[in-house]
Design a protein. Sequence first.
Length: 496
Amino acid sequence: MVYTGTRTPSTHTVSAAEAIKEGLSPDGGLYMPMELPIITLAEIEVLLTKSYAARAAYILGKYLTDYSTEELREDCSGAYAEARFPGGAAPVRRLDDETYMLELWHGPTAAFKDMALQIMPRLLSRALVKTGEKRTALILVATSGDTGKAALEGYRDIPGTKIQVFYPVDGVSEIQKLQMMTQEGKNVSVAAIRGNFDDAQSGVKRIFADEDTKSALNEHGVFLSSANSINWGRLAPQIVYYVSAYCDMVRNGAIQLGELMDICVPTGNFGNIFAAYLAKRMGLPIDRLICASNTNNVLTEFLTTGVYDRNRTFHTTMSPSMDILISSNLERLLYLLFGHERTASCMRSLAETGRYELTPAELAAVQRTFVGYCTDEDGTRKTLRETWEDRHYLADPHTAVALGAARQYQRDHGAKRKLLVASTASPYKFAYDVYHSLFDETPSDGLAALTMLTEKTGVAIPAPLGHIAERTVRFTGVIDADEMPAEVLRFASDVD
Ligand SMILES: *Cc1c(COP(=O)(O)O)cnc(C)c1O
């Protein structure tokens, strides 16, 4: 299996290991496999009785053909072990007769990012060996919360790597801050930046573009790498849980083997829902994909009108991981449907004017699978409350955005098929907003909300978030954005 960039003809191809090591392709686009592997119903039947780790090794083996079966088995068993995902990696729960929840937040940081970030560092570590890389990969991350912690947990103590995370000092929740300040591991570093997320993000981008810093790092035997969701190493592992959920639904009798289902995904960067699309293209019986957005509904408009337009007001919402105006992985869908030339012209237009527009025929091709709905802040609060009152299911705000969209879809289209809704965060990561939405009272702070929410609902706090206030704080540094390059060099030259 070879990989190619989304914007140029496939003259330059790379292996999976190279794609994972490089991240972006040299044409400025994203890496995609040259052809899509298939999965048959007979293969799915074999997977029914297997563990999540075994299912993952099997599916990844179809894409990462330069990794041996043994390597993938070892990495998947390590990443999805019971100790990291107590009770199983991606359980499916029944909400009502038509609606099922795919819970993707049972990992070490209680966020869906764990599903990919537990395995990707292991794949990168092997990629370094496979490509003959002798230097250490320094993963630089600017985070508005969830990704930073999930990346720290994923990369901690992974051979050949170091990870450094920058977060805006006043731009993440108290719980998220504590999660990062108490991070364990020998190869990790965390610093707060005076400023907002953009300041942290621009600081990281400047370092990636700064030849002086990069050559200084090189002298220490270090090169920069990123952990963001456009890397194929993060996308491929996300295909697995859709196949796994299908297996579990067949086993539980929710569907028959071969029966079509629909999937609804709370969407930001379009990575999670695109993984579901790849599963469908491989042959998993999926009919429609419902793309759920919050008030930042650029994708709802795109899927309805064919116009992608980022020239709009940015809204800060209760579902911050979906506060995104450029959904990077959408490029991969354009490439699969319309080829590299058309993708390149859309991306040029997006860079130059902030918008592009599909032809009616192209829009029809997208709409054969995708439908977009959005849920505003009031709708999110109402959905959180109703889901608790009617179903006794405690959702987080991102999942509530998806449930709001799912209900609109079921109203418009009837409940013809079983609908699987991706649940992307533990409600306890957003305890303050969840508590406020359910009970109309305002907790004094985020930590108080954790206790109040569990006392009032009886739903247990996930282990990674329990006792967080009692952990040892390791990282208290607060720096200016212009001190970031020095901080990176200091950490890179640290010997452990
Ligand atoms: C990252 C994230 C999303 C969005 O996923 P994409 O792959 O970026 O579309 C949704 N919910 C939560 C909780 C997330 O962390």
